[in-house]
Design a protein around this ligand. Structure first.
Ligand code: APR
Length: 245
C-alpha cells in the first residue's frame, strides 16, 4: 500500500464517522446491526420524542452511555493519537458523540453532533460529563427536564461549529474520511467542500457508499488496519509520539 507522508501535508484533516468506533464495539447507525435498525429515531432521538416522553429518551441515551463505557479505544484510535502528537496541525473533526477519541488522548477539534456525555437544558444550563447513570435528570437552575446535548434529527446544527469546520476544510490539503456513510447532511457536505477546495481525498471504509465517488483514493479496509498502514510513523516522528495510552 502506498503510504501517505503527513510531513508533506500542511493542513491534514481527519473526518470521522461511526465506523471509527465500530471495532471498539460501539454499534454504527446504518447497515447490519445498526442502531437505527433496532430503534426508531422518532421514538428515541428527536425533540418531539423527548417532549412526548423525556424519561424514555433519557433511558435510551443512558443505555448508550453504558454501552460505550464498556468499550475501549482500538489500535486505530491509538495510532491517530500518535499521528496528531507528531503532527499537531492534524485536525480531527468527528460526527461521533461517544467520546472514544478523547479517551484515546486525541485532541478533537469539533464534535459536529454534540456529545453523549453532556446534558443541556432549554434554559441554557449545561451539565458536566457524568458516568452512565445520569446523576440528575432535571435542571438544577430551572427544574425542566435535561436533554442530551446531541444534535438529533430535525435539530438545527451548531452553526458556529459548522462554519469553523468549513473554514478548516477549505484550507485542508488532505481530507481523510474514516468510517462514515456520507448519508447525513449538512456534515456530509464537507467532503464535497474539501474536494472543491483542492484537497487530496482519501476514504477509509470497508464498504462503498454514496460519497465514495468524491474520493480519489478509496481504502477498503477497517480503520484499525488502515490507519497504521496508510500513515506510518517514521522513526523520526515516532521518536516524539507518545506510546499507546
Ligand atoms: N472501519 C471503517 N469504517 C467502518 C468500519 C470499520 N471497522 N465498520 C463500519 N464502517 C463504516 C460502514 O461501512 C459505514 O459506511 O462506517 C460507516 C458508518 O456509517 P453510519 O452508521 O451511517 O455512521 P455515520 O456516517 O457516522 O452517520 C452520520 O448519522 O445518525 C446520524 O448523527 C448520527 O453522526 C451520525 C450521522
Amino acid at each position: 500500500m502506498d503510504a501517505i507522508n503527513l510531513s508533506a501535508c500542511r493542513a491534514p484533516l481527519f473526518f470521522l464517522g461511526a465506523g471509527m468506533s465500530a471495532e471498539s464495539g460501539v454499534p454504527t447507525y446504518r447497515g447490519r446491526g445498526g442502531i437505527w435498525e433496532q430503534y426508531d429515531y422518532q421514538d428515541y432521538a428527536c425533540q418531539r420524542a423527548f417532549e412526548r416522553d423525556p424519561e424514555k429518551v433519557l433511558d435510551f441515551h443512558q443505555l448508550r452511555r453504558a454501552t460505550v463505557l464498556a468499550c475501549q479505544p482500538h489500535a486505530g484510535h491509538q495510532h491517530l493519537a500518535r499521528l496528531q502528537s507528531a503532527w499537531p496541525a492534524l485536525r480531527v473533526v468527528t460526527q461521533n458523540i461517544d467520546g472514544l477519541l478523547q479517551r484515546a488522548g486525541i485532541r478533537v477539534d469539533a464534535e459536529l453532533h454534540g456529545s453523549l456525555w453532556r446534558l443541556r437544558c432549554a434554559c441554557g444550563a449545561r451539565e458536566a460529563p457524568a458516568p452512565a447513570e445520569y446523576p440528575q435528570r432535571r435542571c438544577a437552575d430551572c427544574g425542566q427536564w435535561l436533554r442530551p446535548d446531541i444534535t438529533w434529527f430535525e435539530d438545527a446544527v451548531d452553526a458556529a461549529c459548522f462554519e469553523r469546520v468549513a473554514d478548516w476544510v477549505r484550507r485542508a490539503d488532505l481530507f481523510v474520511s474514516v468510517g462514515t456513510s456520507g448519508a447525513v447532511w449538512p456534515a456530509a457536505g464537507f467532503a464535497q467542500l474539501a474536494r472543491r477546495s483542492g484537497a487530496d481525498m482519501v476514504e477509509i471504509n470497508p464498504e462503498d457508499n454514496e460519497a465514495s465517488p468524491l474520493y480519489a483514493r478509496q481504502v477498503r479496509m477497517r480503520a484499525s488496519e488502515a490507519m497504521p498502514a496508510l500513515f506510518p510513523l517514521t522513526a523520526a516522528t515516532a521518536a516524539n509520539a507518545p506510546s499507546a495510552p
